[in-house]
Design a protein around this ligand. Structure first.
Ligand SMILES: [Cu+2]
Length: 107
């Protein structure tokens, strides 16, 4: 699992030209997953996981945000979505998971 860091906007990284399934889950209130350049949003509803699949057809970095007024921190619910070539994606996953494994092995 890849988790964001405090003070740093979360970033999703996906490979270009391959279907990627998103599972949206909320532990608190209704949110809405929205990436403007995808022309798509989907609600994130407590008690019901919503899913969608996207195949990005170009590399780049895109802005995402919650599109549902969900509470006091709504304005802070921004993220970026980075679409990369498969080799860069594999390197990203390798680096991210090796860091997670190292953290899990610390006493
Ligand atoms: Cu919100």
């Amino acid at each position: 699992m890849i988790i964001g860091k405090a003070g740093q906007e979360p970033q999703l990284v996906i490979p270009v030209g391959e279907p990627v399934e998103f599972t949206l889950h909320s532990n608190d209130v209704i949110h809405s997953f929205y990436v403007r350049d995808f022309l798509y949003k989907l609600d994130v509803i407590p008690g019901r996981d919503n899913r969608f699949t996207v195949t990005a057809n170009e590399t780049g970095e895109f802005t995402g945000q919650c599109a549902e007024l969900c509470g006091l921190d709504h304005a802070l619910m921004r993220f970026s979505l980075k679409v990369v070539e498969r080799a860069e994606f594999d390197a990203y996953i390798q680096q991210a998971t090796s860091g997670a494994n190292a953290a899990a092995q610390r006493p």
